[in-house]
Design a protein around this ligand. Structure first.
Ligand code: FMN
Length: 388
């Protein structure tokens, strides 16, 4: 039984409501970093619209003994088939965001994935989640750094290591370029005016202290602006992951290994050959390749072809319980959401994690009852229309 109670703030009964509120509460540079895709946002928009083309069949007269959202993944039973995707710079959008979300995930018994470039440390998040959080590793250039972070994740009893394949380069994001996005936020006149317009964010950030890359702190110089940060990231992380780089990680990491950022059958096949335990079909929420497919399309193909050989999960574009149901019906065994949870925290602060998880659980339960789906492995039996 999860410790958390389903608690929904009735003023925000959808992720769209949370997004609208978040936009009002946090400075423009922080909201645009969270909300935007890349280039012209084509991939971002397609992710959501394509998921919504998937249709499910209602079933009202069949025998129904109840719907249960509990889902088994890697030997662990989660309370729902969705988790919190890794998001960088979380503390820029709301102070303490990673801690708020990790706590809510732990209490609701759903997975939380900490990003290498989030604003809390592996150790702190492990403490909050009693060692149940997953860790997403950006691939370091130096093996020493790679080994050190993997060792820290193992020491923190992290059950799943997530490696990332879709950042061979950083996404081209015009809003962030225009906003001169920096860690800590750059004090340009434009940014100061934006901060002054959001007093609650400003006050909370002042009290909490400026956000920092806590996991990377031992390895990085202090107070970098965007240009210096870009240089540090370029030097410290080789974005491009390949089979040769995955092999030693597979040998070193004794827990479950997940490859995130798979968007083609070819990469799924390689992951299987390398002994990876699971893949997250993902295009980084439309933040990397604007000319790419929406994720629901490769998901359907990959799940059909390889679903019996590897755990197939998906993120990118999900905004609701019906979206989770559509994705599971299309072949995913588990799903993740990124922006939705951050909208929740930016909108509602400390209660945002609990609210967003409660909302998604409530919506998903309602869909399961409508289609007469008794457990989450049963979703594909209720699918009318697949999207390839
Ligand atoms: C602001 C932001 C920062 C992100 N940072 C990371 C990151 O550090 N590591 C990572 O693996 N994915 C990162 N992602 C991608 C998410 O993990 C996830 O794939 C994506 O948000 C899913 O799409 P959705 O936002 O439509 O749910 C980020 C996404 C956003 C929106």
């Amino acid at each position: 039984m999860s410790k958390a109670k389903i608690a929904i703030n009735n003023n925000y009964p959808s992720v769209t409501d949370l997004r609208n509120k978040a936009k009002k509460k946090i400075p423009k540079f922080a909201f645009e970093y969270l909300d935007g895709g890349c280039n012209e946002d084509v991939n971002l928009i397609k992710n959501t619209s394509d998921i919504r083309k998937v249709e499910l069949s209602p079933s009202y007269l069949s025998k129904h003994t109840g719907s249960d959202m509990k889902t088994e993944l890697f030997g662990h039973t989660y309370d729902a088939p969705f988790g919190i995707a890794p998001v960088g710079l979380q503390g820029l959008m709301w102070p303490n965001a990673p801690e708020i979300l990790a706590k809510a995930a732990f209490e609701h018994k759903v997975p939380f994935i900490l990003s290498t470039v989030s604003t809390s440390s592996i150790e702190r998040i492990a403490e909050i989640t009693e060692g149940q959080a997953w860790f997403q590793l950006y691939h370091p250039t130096e093996n020493r750094l790679r080994d050190d972070m993997i060792q820290r994740a193992a020491q923190a009893e992290c059950p799943v290591l997530v490696i990332l394949s879709d950042v061979p380069t950083f996404g081209f994001r015009p809003r962030d370029i225009r906003n001169g996005l920096a860690m800590p936020p750059k004090m340009s006149v434009k940014n100061i005016l934006q901060i002054l317009g959001k007093p609650e964010w400003a006050m909370k950030t002042l009290i909490h202290g400026q956000p920092n890359f806590e996991t990377l702190k031992p390895y990085m110089p202090k107070n970098l602006d965007l240009k210096q940060l870009g240089k540090f990231m370029d030097q410290t992380f080789t974005g491009r992951l390949n089979e040769e780089k995955i092999k030693p990680i597979r040998d070193m990491w004794k827990g479950k290994l997940v490859l995130k950022g798979v968007a083609s059958e070819m990469d799924a096949e390689k992951a299987i050959r390398l002994g990876v335990d699971g893949i997250i079909v993902s295009n980084h929420g439309g933040r990397q390749l604007d000319a790419g497919e929406s994720t629901i399309r490769p998901l359907t193909r990959i799940a059909e072809k390889y679903g019996d050989q590897i755990k197939v999960m998906m993120d990118s574009g999900l905004r609701s319980g019906p979206d989770i149901a559509r994705t599971m019906a299309s072949g995913a065994e588990f799903t993740f959401l990124g922006r939705s949870f951050m909208y929740g925290v930016a909108a509602l602060g400390n209660t945002g994690g609990n609210h967003t998880i409660s909302l998604l659980k409530t919506e998903l339960q309602q869909v399961m009852e409508q289609v007469c789906c008794e457990n989450t492995t049963d979703f594909p039996n209720h699918l009318i229309k697949k999207i390839y």
